[in-house]
Ligand binder design. Sequence first.
Ligand code: NAD
Length: 299
Amino acid sequence: MTDIAFIGLGNMGAPMAANLIRAGHRVRGFDLSAAAIAAHVAAGGEAASSAADAASAAEVVISMLPAGSHVRDLYLGAGGVVAAARGRDVLLIDGSTIDVETARDVARAAAAAGLPMLDAPVSGGVGGAQAGTLTFMVGGEEAAFTRARPLLGAMGKNIVHAGGPGAGQAAKICNNMILGVSMLAVCEAFVLADRLGLAREKLFEVSSTASGQCWSLTSYCPVPGPVPTAPSNRDYAPGFAAALMLKDLKLAQQAADASGAATPLGAEATALYQRINDAGLAGKDFSAAFTWLSGQKRE
Ligand code: NAD
C-alpha cells in the first residue's frame, strides 16, 4: 500500500483515483470542487483540505489538472506541493496534458528541491480512465519511472517511458497532431466522395484496405455506418471532444514555435479546429469535423 495524494478529481482524475483505491492504496484527494472531493470519499478515498495538506503525508503525489498554469501553481506556488514535500522522499507525477516547457520547468524546480518528478500524460479518455486501460506516456528519470510503474499500472495498460523530463508531453502532442491532421484528411475525403456521388461504404471498403488506411478511418470513422462503435453513430457524443483536440493542437503549435519545427499541416489543423469549436461543436466528438466540413463551401 502506498500513501498517495491525488490532486484534481475531475472527469479523468476521479476514475483514476478510484482505480488506485481499488488496488489497495490510501488516496487522499483534493480538488477545488467540494462535490468532487465528496465523490472521492464516497468511492473510498480520504478528503484533504488543501493540496499541501494532501501532500504533507504522501509518498507519491499525482495531479490531473486542466492546463500548465494550474500545474505550475500547484507545484511551485505559495503553499504548493514542492514546499510541502521538500526534505522527504516524495515522488511527483503530473498526468495532466500541458505544454512541454512548463513540464520541464516544474520538473527542474522539483529536482532542485530533491524531488523526482515525472510528466505522465495519458490517452484513452474517460472510458480508459474508468476501465484502467489508459496509455501513459512518461518523461523523467529511469529510477522515478521504475518507482511509478506499479501505480501507473493500476490506472493504465500501456505504459511507455518516452525519455527525460517533458518527453511524455512531447509524445502526447506529436501523436495528437497526427490524429488531428489525419482525422481532417479522412473527413475531407468523405466530403469529396459525397460530392462525387461515391458511396461512403465504397470509399471505406477501398481505403480501409488501401494506402489511405489509418486509425481515424478504420477505428473511428467520422461518417455513420462503417465502424459501428465510432462516435459518428451516436450523434458525435464524445469520445474525445473537439475542445480537447483544439487544446492539444495548440500545445503542439506552441512547441513547434518554441523549437522552430516546421508543422504547416499542424498549423492548418489548429486553425480548422478553432473554426469547428467556434461553430458550436466544442462539446462534440472531434470527428464531428465531418459535419462542419460538409457544410462549408469551397473558397
Ligand atoms: P476536468 O476539468 O474534468 O478536471 C480537472 C479538475 O481539476 C477539476 O475538477 C478542477 O476543479 C480541478 N482543479 C483545477 N485547479 C485545481 C487546483 N489548483 N487544485 C485542485 N484541483 C484543481 O478535466 P479532465 O477531463 O479530468 O482533464 C484533466 C487533464 O487530462 C487535462 O489536462 C486534459 O487535457 C487531460 N486529458 C483529458 C482527457 C479527457 O478525455 N477528458 C483525455 C486525455 C487527457
